[in-house]
Design a protein around this ligand. Sequence first.
Ligand code: NAP
Ligand code: F7E
Length: 327
Amino acid sequence: MKKTALITGILGQDGPYLAKLLLEKDYKVYGLMRRYSKPNFEHLDYLGITDKVDFVEGDLADEASLINVVKSIRPQEVYNLAAQSFVGASWEQAKITTEINAVGVLYLLNAIKFFSPTAKFYQASTSEMFGLANDDGYQDENTCFHPRSPYGVSKVYAHWMTVNFRESYNLFAVSGILFNHESPIRGIQFVTRKITDGVAKIKTGKATELRLGALEPKRDWGFAGDYVEAMWMMLQQDEPDDYVIATGQTHSVQEFVELAFKSAGLDDWKKYVKNDPRFKRPAEVPHLCGRADKARQKLGWSPKVSFEELVKMMVEADIKRHEMGSR
Ligand code: NAP
Ligand code: F7E
């Protein structure tokens, strides 16, 4: 019998990579998506798996829709990847960010508790929960949280609710605290993809400049394809637990910019990059660097794609897309 998994956030970045991994492992994969007049399957198409996923409609902000989905599928594994995941928008849209990222997780956990209590549950937690914590060293499972945005705050709620359902109702519920991870299908607003898309537009003559906010913040950037493996590994353990997933290396936004321009054969990045205060945040997370020793030891997980390979992969994919006529 095939194992059955439900992935929320199937149309985002991680959803397609995880779906591909589970399909390769012969799972039946259900993907939850919102009600759209015209859904966008671009990311699933990029990985060539759109017609292999079974789509179900539901919304994290609508409890009854989640109950219906969980009740009808009764999945063995649930990966909750759906979120309003853009930190920058979370100040202007704090309420909906909270409803989806925090209260939505409570709805989903309740649906599982009542209608599929043996299901294993994965919550997409984030290094944004650390925020300002230990901002010159590394962060791991023992680091206290100090979120800096409504997004980070919403994810702290969801993290603790996941832990609480595990401790209160004995659910197999785990929280994966993942540091930034990127890919050629990263959302275009996030800084890495904005940079590689911008570089590709400049390279192909479609733009003359790239407008960015703060260049100093440091992030621990890995490849999404490596990180979804860790999600799956967490649900294959005998006991539920929480894990930090990171590369252990940190780079500034400026370092990403420099390498991206270099990868495209463009010499002087300073000629093209303009500072734009619109992209600065009310409160910044200055330094993230994860220590994933627990995942390494207990899951046997380690990242495969280096920072340099990741930047090159993203720049090449965006140049190819623009050369083929993309806007
Ligand atoms: P993403 O590309 O923004 O995808 C999130 C998906 O969630 C989107 O497809 C979105 O649907 C869906 N969604 C949003 N609101 C929803 C709702 N109310 N009901 C149902 N679906 C909804 O994010 P990602 O990069 O793949 O990240 C996956 C998860 O990991 C997120 O929870 C994120 O917060 C978390 N995370 C990400 C990173 C990272 O570096 N990528 C690191 C740590 C944690 P639409 O297509 O309709 O917008
Ligand atoms: O910003 C700076 C910005 O939006 C990274 C999400 O997946 O990872 C992501 O959150 C840094 C910040 O990602 C621009 O101020 C400068 O310091 O790519 P980002 P994020 O905020 O780190 C975590 C782990 C998540 O969980 C989130 O869901 O880059 N920055 N100039 C800029 N950022 C953007 N977006 N645009 C700029 O023009």
